[in-house]
Write a protein that binds this ligand. Structure first.
Ligand code: SF4
Length: 291
């Protein structure tokens, strides 16, 4: 496979065929994200010939993998006609594949009509991963996410209405000490309106090659301490209403793992968080945390 730069995929795509259809992220402005800063990851849609060669490779060597993940950071930027063709190509060459997934940013979802999203679903796109990070307007603006809270809600609803599984990320600590509580409360309120299929909670890791990492080093951004981060998680979870979704805080960046379904597992998750707040949960050592 022709991989260029770091290949990043959601934890639940660990067993997928990773087909890199784009390089980097067309937005690439979020202040906390260092994923695609290297010059060789300058955003572009990959050459059709290279993608075709990778599909042919997968047809020969990836016969046991049942899902395809289209990398990198927002493959939904591929124009609709080309993306539909690509999905059709994948399904023709890899008939055993039962789902195609991709990262999508809010802006690219909103450029699609409901009809266009339904066409993608029909063509095999069964899962969309959208980076929400926060439901707090001030935080979204500060981190230059490129979307407002209302736009996030609308984008999420559109994906869901097309029958596509929607996974959204929420990032503990992204509001810093200043917005910590509001970030958690507003994120819960937004998620209640959006009702995604899956909520994936990560914990902010400050990277030297990002604006936020540099702000923290300069003393102008303060990441909440562990207690503050666990309180954010508790406020977020307690604020979610009774809609059904998967809830996962099992990313490498998190200090401990929660992985289950809501509302069924809410009370046991809250009990675990309370134990963590009381210092009674074994936490992942700092050196083992990662992105
Ligand atoms: S967080 Fe997502 S949208 Fe923002 S720069 Fe990184 S890859 Fe792009």
């Amino acid at each position: 496979m022709h991989y260029q730069g770091n290949i990043i995929r959601p934890p639940s795509e660990a067993n997928s065929i990773i087909l890199q259809a784009t390089v980097g992220c067309s937005h690439n402005r979020c202040t906390f994200c260092g994923a695609y800063r290297a010059p060789e990851q300058k955003f572009h849609i990959k050459d059709e010939r290279i993608i075709n060669e990778d599909i042919a490779f997968a047809a020969q060597y990836c016969r046991r993998q049942k899902t395809v993940f289209l990398a990198d950071g927002d493959a939904l930027i591929i124009p609709q006609k080309r993306l539909l063709q690509l999905c059709q190509q994948i399904r023709a060459a890899l008939p055993w594949v039962r789902r195609i997934s991709l990262y999508a940013n809010c802006r690219d979802i909103l450029k699609r009509t409901r009809q266009e999203l339904a066409e993608l679903k029909q063509a095999g796109v069964g899962r969309v991963y959208m980076g929400l990070e926060s439901g707090c307007e001030q935080v979204l603006e500060a981190i230059r996410k490129g979307a407002t809270a209302n736009e996030m809600i609308e984008a999420g609803r559109r994906v869901r209405e097309a029958g596509i599984f929607l996974s959204v990320t929420c990032l503990l600590g992204i509001g810093g000490n200043t917005y910590s509580r509001q970030h958690a409360q507003d994120s819960a309120a937004l998620l209640n309106k959006m009702q995604p299929s899956q909520i994936a909670v990560l914990t902010l890791m400050l990277l030297d090659n990002t604006e936020l990492g540099q702000a923290a080093a300069a003393g102008s951004f303060h990441l909440p301490d562990q207690v503050g981060l666990f309180q954010e998680l508790r406020t977020l979870l307690a604020g979610l209403k009774e809609f059904r979704c998967q809830f996962q805080a099992n990313h490498a960046s998190n200090y401990f793992t929660l992985d289950g379904r809501l509302p069924k597992d809410r009370d046991s998750f809250l009990a675990i968080i309370d134990q963590a707040l009381a210092g009674a949960v074994a936490l992942k050592p700092e050196g083992l945390r990662g992105l």
